[in-house]
Design a protein around this ligand. Structure first.
Ligand SMILES: Cc1cc2nc3c(=O)[nH]c(=O)nc-3n(C[C@H](O)[C@H](O)[C@H](O)COP(=O)(O)OP(=O)(O)OC[C@H]3O[C@@H](n4cnc5c(N)ncnc54)[C@H](O)[C@@H]3O)c2cc1C
Ligand SMILES: NC(=O)c1ccc[n+]([C@@H]2O[C@H](COP(=O)([O-])OP(=O)(O)OC[C@H]3O[C@@H](n4cnc5c(N)ncnc54)[C@H](O)[C@@H]3O)[C@@H](O)[C@H]2O)c1
Length: 501
C-alpha cells in the first residue's frame, strides 16, 4: 500500500512537471493572476503553516501567511522542539564533562553551569532559525502579515495586526494551521514561575532543587532530563501505569531503567489532587490513580506536561460552521479539507500525532491537493523520537500493537553493548528491536534506544516505506564501525541469526 501511494505521488509530480502546462491548470481552476486576492491564505506560521505557505508559493500560488506571535516557526521553533533540543544538548555536554570526560582521559579542575550563557545559546539558535524563515518567505515571495486572524467568511480573514491596526486578507483557499496549546489540569494554575508549562521550563532563571513533573510523556522526560542533568532532583508523577504509554513495552522498560540510573524518580499510577503555592515552595497532594491514601510531595518548581490541546481560540470557527471533534480538533478528509468548502486544516489542530514533521508533511500534501496535484501523508510511517540520552525512536507498530492485530510476527533484537562503535565511544546503552510479519518478513515496526536513535530511525522509515523485509535490510552493506550496524544485526536476528552476539 505504501509503495502504491509513493507511485501515485510520483505520478502526480510528473503530471504537473511542466510549469507552462501547470499555470494553465491554475488559470482553469480560477487561481489568482495579478488581483489582490490570494490563492492561499495560511493562518499560523508554525511548521505546518510556514511550510504550507512556502510550498504553495513554490507551486506558483499567490500566498499570504498570518502569524500572531511576531516571529515565525510556531511552537516548534519558538517554545518547543528547538529550544528544548538546545537545552538538552547543552545540559548533556555539562553532564558528560562532569561524569564521563574523565573516563576518556579528559580532566578539568572543576566544571560549572553558567545558566544565563546556556539560555543565551538557546535564544541565539531560536532567533537565527525564526529569522531564517522570514528570509525564506521573502525568497519565495510569501506575503507575511503579523497579527491575529479570525474568520469573517470562508474566504475572508480579519487580522488584528500586532502594531494595533486591522486588515482583511482574502483568499480562495484558507488553511488553518493554528497548532496547539498546553493542556491545563483542573485546580492547577500555571504561573510560569513556580507552576510552569514547557514554555516556563525552557526559561527558568535558577536550577530548582526539587522539580516535580506531572506527566511522563515526551515533554516531561525531555525537560526532566535537562534539569536533572543540571542538578535538580526530579520526580515524575504519571497517571498511567507506564511512562510514554505509546512506546513499545520492552523498550520502554529499558528506557525507564536508564532514566532511573540518571536519578529520575517515577511515581506511576498516581494523580495530583491539588497544589498549594501559599508557602515558599509548592506542596502537592497526590493520590493513587485508582483512589486510596493521599500523600504529599514538596517541590520548588512543578512542570505541567500532561499533553497538549488543539488551539482555535478567537478564530471564530463557529461563524463559518467548521466542524470539530469532542477534543476541539478540526475534522478534515484525506485532502485536509474541512466540511466548509475552501477551508482546510493541518498540523496539531487536526487529529493525528502532534509532531512538527507530521505538520510539515500535512502542509505540503494539503497545498499539493489545492494546486490540483496529488499529496500524501502516511501516518503509519511518522517516526517519533524522545530526545533524552539515550534517545528513543520508533516507527510503525509496537509489539503490543502487532499482537493486538493478530498478526503472526518475528522479533529480532541487537543490543548496543555488542556494537563496536558504541563500545569504542563508551556509550553503549540501548537496543534495536525489529518486528516483522512472519510469513512475508515485511518489517512492521522498528524501535531504537541509542545515543543517536533519532538519526538511525530513518533507515527503518525508508525501508518500511518501500515495503522492505528484514532480510533486505540485513543484506545491505553497512559501514563499519557505525551504530547503524546494530540495525543490520537486529535485521539479521529477525530473519535468521546475528553475527556479533
Ligand atoms: C516543549 C516542546 C517540545 C517539542 N519538541 C518536539 C520535537 O522535538 N519534535 C517534534 O516533532 N515536535 C515537537 N514538539 C511538538 C511541535 O512543536 C508541534 O507538533 C508543532 O509545532 C506543530 O506545528 P503546527 O504548525 O501545527 O502548530 P504550531 O507550531 O503550534 O504553530 C501554530 C502557530 O499559529 C499561530 N496562531 C494560532 N492562532 C492564530 C491566529 N488566530 N492568527 C494568527 N496566528 C495564529 C500561533 O501563534 C503559532 O505560532 C514539541 C512541543 C513542545 C511544546
Ligand atoms: N520529541 C518530541 O517529538 C516531542 C517533544 C515534546 C513534545 N512533543 C509533542 O508535544 C505533545 C505534548 O507533549 P506532552 O509530553 O505534554 O504530552 P504526552 O501526551 O506525550 O504525555 C502526557 C503524559 O501525561 C500523562 N497524564 C495526563 N494527564 C495526567 C494527570 N492528570 N496526571 C499525571 N499524568 C497525566 C499521560 O498519561 C501521558 O503519559 C505530544 O503530543 C508530543 O507529541 C514531542
Amino acid at each position: 500500500m505504501a509503495m502504491a501511494s509513493l507511485a501515485r505521488r510520483r505520478a502526480g509530480t510528473l503530471l504537473s512537471s511542466s510549469s507552462r502546462k501547470y499555470s494553465s491548470i491554475l488559470s482553469r481552476r480560477g487561481f489568482a493572476s495579478g488581483s489582490d486576492d490570494n490563492d492561499v491564505v495560511v493562518i499560523g506560521g508554525g511548521p505546518g503553516g510556514y511550510v504550507a505557505a512556502i510550498k504553495a508559493a513554490q507551486l506558483g500560488l499567490k500566498t499570504t501567511c498570518i502569524e500572531k506571535r511576531g516571529t515565525l516557526g510556531g511552537t516548534c521553533l519558538n517554545v518547543g522542539c528547538i529550544p528544548s533540543k538546545a537545552l538538552l544538548h547543552s545540559s548533556h555536554l555539562y553532564h558528560e564533562a562532569k561524569h564521563s570526560f574523565a573516563n576518556h582521559g579528559v580532566k578539568f579542575a572543576s566544571v560549572e553551569v553558567d545558566l544565563p550563557a546556556m539560555m543565551g545559546q538557546k535564544d541565539k539558535a531560536v532567533g537565527n532559525l525564526t529569522k531564517g524563515i522570514e528570509g525564506l518567505f521573502k525568497k519565495n515571495k510569501v506575503n507575511y502579515v503579523k497579527g491575529y486572524g479570525k474568520f469573517v467568511s470562508p474566504s475572508e480573514v480579519s487580522v488584528d495586526t500586532i502594531d494595533g491596526g486591522n486588515t482583511t486578507v482574502k483568499g480562495k483557499h484558507i488553511i488553518i494551521a493554528t497548532g496547539s496549546d498546553v493542556k491545563s489540569l483542573p485546580g492547577i494554575t500555571i504561573d510560569e514561575e513556580r507552576i510552569v508549562s514547557s514554555t516556563g521550563a525552557l526559561t527558568l532563571k535558577e536550577i530548582p532543587q526539587k522539580l516535580v513533573v506531572i506527566g511522563a510523556g515526551y515533554i516531561g522526560l525531555e525537560m526532566g532530563s535537562v534539569w536533572g542533568r543540571l542538578g535538580s532532583e526530579v520526580t515524575v508523577v504519571e497517571f498511567a501505569a507506564d511512562i510514554v504509554p505509546s512506546m513499545d513495552g520492552e523498550v520502554r522498560k529499558q528506557f525507564q531503567r536508564g532514566l532511573e540510573k540518571q536519578k529520575m524518580k517515577f511515581m506511576l499510577k498516581t494523580k495530583v489532587v491539588s497544589v498549594d503555592t501559599t508557602g515558599k515552595g509548592v506542596k502537592l497532594t497526590l493520590e493513587p490513580a485508582a483512589g486510596g491514601k493521599q500523600t504529599t510531595l514538596e517541590a520548588d518548581v512543578v512542570l505541567v506536561s500532561a499533553g497538549r490541546v488543539p488551539f482555535t481560540a478567537g478564530l471564530e470557527l463557529e461563524k463559518i460552521g467548521v466542524e470539530t471533534d469532542k477534543g476541539g480538533r478540526i475534522l478534515v478528509n484525506e485532502r485536509f479539507a474541512s466540511n466548509v468548502p475552501g477551508v482546510y486544516a493541518i498540523g496539531d489542530v487536526i487529529p493525528g500525532p502532534m509532531l512538527a514533521h507530521k505538520a510539515e508533511e500535512d502542509g505540503v500534501a494539503c497545498v499539493e491537493y489545492i494546486a490540483g496535484k496529488v499529496g500524501h501523508v502516511d501516518y503509519d510511517m511518522v517516526p517519533g523520537v524522545c530526545y533524552t540520552h539515550p534517545e528513543v525512536a520508533s516507527v510503525g507498530k509496537t509489539e503490543e500493537q502487532a499482537k493486538a492485530l493478530g498478526v503472526e510476527y518475528r522479533v529480532g533484537k541487537f543490543p548496543f553493548m555488542a556494537n563496536s562503535r558504541a563500545k569504542a565511544i563508551d556509550d553503549a546503552e540501548g537496543v534495536v528491536k525489529i518486528i516483522a510479519e512472519k510469513e512475508s518478513d515485511r518489517i512492521l515496526g522498528v524501535h531504537i534506544m541509542a545515543p543517536n536513535a533519532g538519526e538511525l530511525i530513518h533507515e527503518a522509515v525508508l525501508a518500511m516505506q518501500y515495503g522492505a523485509s528484514s532480510e533486505d535490510v540485513a543484506r545491505m552493506c553497512h559501514a563499519h564501525p557505525t551504530m547503524s550496524e546494530a540495525v543490520k544485526e537486529a535485521a539479521m536476528a529477525t530473519y535468521d541469526k546475528p553475527i556479533h552476539i
